[in-house]
Design a protein around this ligand. Sequence first.
Ligand code: SF4
Length: 505
Amino acid sequence: MIHNFNDDISTPDKFVVTLELVPGRESSGRTIDTITGIAREAQADGRITAVSITDNPGGNPALSPDALGHEILNDGMDVIVHFTCRDTNRVGMESRALQLAHMGMKNILALTGDYSGKGFGGAGLPVFDFDSVILTSMLSSLNKRLIRAGHASIFVTGCAVSPFKYTEAEAWIQYKKLERKIEAGASFAITQLGYDIDKYEELLLYNKDKKIEVPVLASLYVLDKRSARPMHAGRIPGVHVTEKLYNKVMQEWEGAGEGMQHAIERTARLGVVLKGIGYKGIHLGGIHDSFATVGKILDRMAAIEHNWLDYLDEFREDEPNRFYLYKQAETAKSVIPGKETIKVKLTDNFHYLFLRTAHELFFDKRAALAPMYKKISNSLDKSNTSWLLKVFLEDPFKKVMLSCKSCGDCGIQHVGFLCPESGCPKHTRNGACGGSNNGFCEVNTDKLCVWVRAYRRMKKHGETDKLTREFVPPRLWELKDTSSWINFHLERDHQKPVKPPARTL
Ligand code: SF4
């Protein structure tokens, strides 16, 4: 049976199953044969809607999902291509999107992506010219352009969302970012991987609250001894395996031949619980050798799904000091918001207040003195003396206050007056990536995520509603090493009044 991913996720009451396949660093051979074999068996089985193929997972080189996906698509199985922002700039990304459209590969999972890993000769350059929201917007814009040129609708773009964030700041920002992704054109979402049913429920409650109606697939992973170790150690960004679960998995694998049975049973039980609480489907990962494991999981799910409530409590993690946006009241179905005490350092607070005041005085186009700043900017620009302002005033000030990278297109006002260029290794402009862990950055693990800092300082002043509240376009590289102050007043920077996804490519 041939499925169409878009049709299946749009069909009410259809429970969708997709598989995530991970190519390695080879162009043909055993691993590739195994992947295409799993896809062929999945197609023959008939219960799988599509396979998704990862894009250089972990930031390390692997066979392109476009090439492998095309082969699988030609064999009759629908494909979701993972598309990250890490390895090419916007020109390369648009070119890749055109290539995918040309090949008829229309299901895209738009991701910011893990940080760069190692390729030939060492670590790769982390490009991150776009973040996932901007990439989604680019694909929407490209869709419109292609439709205008006479093509049928091309891309069905989806996004990732991580409910498994255990500080208030991270949870709040993830959900706000989900809203931005949907506004930018995402028409389905796939969760990050976790085993905490209260967090899975939290996402559904949030969507209900905000009237978000895109179908959401929950990630499930066949957790074995080999995968549990790095997940538990926090080496897979954004994935949580608790100490308790890790110890249980290790114990299960002590008995001869029993480990995999336990892994299948756990996956099937979580699968039926997720179906029971209202997920549109599941996205299965951890399938490395054959389709047989998937078949067993789906058979088991069919056998136990009517008793899903019996398994619900197995996935309540009950760990201390975790933030939940909602908490199930003990006896009723009603929810009460979770609370977290947020502390902000004096210096951080001063930094915020100082820059916010400066911004209001000098960079608010509605301010009384704004026409005068525009005149000054114009005159400096015309006389080719804007560099004087930049070298003697702007650079020293912004280097000290923000470790400014001189991009000429300042985005600090979108990140609580912190710099998305120097403060975030992935240069995210529309909310945090999914890799933060307990408030700390995925890449610089000893530093708080820049968005967590932004949220906390803004929370102190009751201003979090200003954070991630609207689409922030990409920075304009043509402004690099020019004065961002002058660019702002002369309306050359990204703050020109352009709305997504109409932004011209
Ligand atoms: S600062 Fe935050 S958004 Fe940026 S890479 Fe680190 S965790 Fe991700």
